[in-house]
Design a protein around this ligand. Structure first.
Ligand code: G1P
Ligand code: ZN
Length: 545
């Protein structure tokens, strides 16, 4: 039997603090000697009952995926993990990982992904830990991992060759079983339990054309199994469906800037009735109709309003939750449905306790993330199927569905402006400037209204009572408008400033404006207050959603 090898490292790493979603760094950083290994050793040190347990390992296929998986298998074996489950080709979307953790009663999963950040040698890499409920590790766990990483100067591994990950099979490494499985099947079965694929198929084959852009990332194989093999559409409906280590140079973030080819097909050329895209690791989604972009905050509201049309939710939903910067469109729906609506800080990990305790069924974020209690992650393909099921039931277009929704519930005009990778000093200066002014802004006139609340958002988890403070600067106006400013916790270059603008519609005659026009007073007002254009030397944000 191969022996356990101890590897000494000359110094611990001081920069392995997980952000909004795991540890995310440049690919080159992760290739530094012992960098990945120490983080994995820190993860295993922070988990209880590792010996004999089951752990899921997989990733979004970006550069370094396979090597990292093999290294993790070696380290997990040295820690006497009982079973390691790895999907073929090492490909595992984040929601599918969440599902496998729950399916196998694993103590957790290690997901290799930098989500929507570019991949390849010049791009980013990342490691996320999900815990036994299938969801992202909560803050007290990531803090523990960080603490270990700052003092660890050695790790252990079993130094044996790991089989290639191409084919399914069962292997023994030291005392550990390595199972290479079909990573797609169990996720597709879960989708089939929730949705009526036959009804969706009948609708799509009847003159309702769709196109799905996998952005050369992980959702390609899942989409192929669902739309082509199971629902029976031609594979012409799939774009960029072969996962590539550098995502074919695409930036796998499904928004109007980075998925601009898809946006052009739907919004300008109007070639399809429905279009959708997912991000690198498959947890985000963008929904488009012919000539119609669906804002993710609206998507959450539409999904919540229509759960009765989807077989998996026919029994009703207990409640909903949205992240603080997400628009309040879903609050309006929840009020009518007479169910609770929770507000949480940014990041999926804050939904975990609410889902586990059964307080909510559906949740979402403005950043193209929607999901439910079927897993403990946001789920891109689930959202796409949800939309298709609603459309198949109602037999209508995306535009009709959106317009009818606004006519019934009113509209929350919404936009997010991202200033990406700006110098950190500039981002912090702008943030600090607003934070310093909060007190005096309370009660001040702003954009033809009055600021009734100016604060730095803090949250007490209703279940475990943990406090998360400094979660975003927020200005709430008398007319229901909101402006929020945050610094991104997922970027790897400089700092990214995010500004969120929202205003509720005033009447039935105020429903169909371009959001940039509808929100212009707020947008101009905040620039006036903080001098953003001048300080960032940018006339327009990098990404407008
Ligand atoms: C971003 C999004 C956030 C999401 C996270 C992970 O985080 O804004 O909603 O949960 O990515 O997908 P941020 O970069 O803003 O910290
Ligand atoms: Zn993602």
């Amino acid at each position: 039997m191969p022996a356990i090898k101890n590897v000494n490292v000359s110094h611990p790493f001081s920069d392995q603090k997980p952000g909004t979603s795991g540890l995310r760094k440049s690919t080159k950083k992760f290739l530094e000697k012992h960098y990945l290994e120490i983080f994995i050793e820190s993860i295993l040190s922070s988990l209880d009952n590792v010996e004999g347990s089951t752990i899921i390992v997989g990733g979004d296929g970006r550069y370094g995926n396979d090597n990292a998986i093999k290294k993790i298998v070696q380290i997990c074996s040295a820690h006497k993990v009982g079973t390691i489950i790895v999907p073929t080709r090492g490909l595992l979307s984040t929601p599918a990982a969440s599902n496998l953790i729950r399916d196998y009663s694993a103590i957790g999963g290690i997901i290799l992904s930098a989500s929507h950040n570019p991949g390849g040698l010049e791009g980013d890499f990342g490691v996320k830990l999900n815990v036994s409920n299938g969801g992202p590790a909560p803050e007290f766990v990531t803090e523990k991992i960080y603490t270990y990483s700052q003092s660890l100067t050695s790790y252990k591994l079993i130094d044996v060759e790991i089989p290639n990950l191409k084919d399914e099979g069962s292997f023994t490494i030291h005392q550990t079983k390595l199972e290479i499985i079909d990573g797609v099947q169990s996720y597709v079965s879960l989708m089939e339990d929730i949705f009526d694929f036959d009804q969706i198929g009948d609708f799509l084959k009847n003159d309702f054309s769709i196109v799905f852009d996998a952005m050369n990332a992980v959702t390609g194989p899942y989409a192929k199994r669902i739309f082509v093999d199971r629902i029976g559409l031609s594979d012409q409906c799939l774009l960029n469906s072969e996962p590539m280590p550098d995502f074919g140079n695409l930036h796998p973030d499904p928004n109007l800037t980075y998925a601009n080819k898809l946006a052009d097909l739907l919004l300008n050329k109007k070639l399809y009735s429905f279009g959708a895209a997912c991000d690198g690791d498959g947890d985000r989604n963008m929904i488009l109709g012919k000539g119609c972009f669906v804002n993710p905050s609206d998507s959450l509201a539409v999904i919540t309003a229509n759960t009765g049309l989807v077989p998996g939710y026919k029994k009703g939903i207990s409640g909903v939750a949205r992240s603080m910067p997400t628009s309040m469109a879903v609050d309006v729906v929840a009020k009518e449905l007479d169910i609770p609506c929770y507000e949480t800080p940014t990041g999926w990990k804050f939904f975990g306790n609410l889902l586990d305790s059964g307080k909510i069924t559906i949740c979402g974020e403005e950043s193209f993330g929607t999901g439910s209690n079927h897993v403990r992650e946001k789920d891109g393909l689930w959202a796409v199927l949800f939309w298709l099921q609603i459309l198949a039931q109602k037999k209508c277009s995306v535009t009709d569905l959106m317009q009818n929704h606004w006519l019934h519930f009113g509209r929350n005009y919404y936009t997010r402006h991202d200033y990406e990778s700006i110098p950190s000093e500039v981002a912090h200066q702008i943030y600090q400037d607003l934070e310093n002014q909060l007190q005096k802004l309370n009660g001040a006139h702003f954009a033809s209204s009055v600021i009734t609340q100016a604060d730095n958002y803090s949250y007490v988890d209703p279940i475990d009572k943990s406090l998360s403070d400094k979660q975003g600067l927020r200005l709430v106006l008398d007319n229901g408008s909101r402006i929020i400013l945050r610094l991104s916790g997922t970027g790897t270059k400089g700092s990214t400033l995010r500004l969120y603008f929202e205003r509720p519609s005033k009447s039935q005659n105020d429903l169909f404006l371009d959001p940039q026009i509808a929100l212009k007073d707020l947008i101009i007002g905040i620039d006036h207050l903080l001098n953003i254009k001048q300080l960032t030397k940018m006339n327009i944000p990098t990404v407008i959603t």
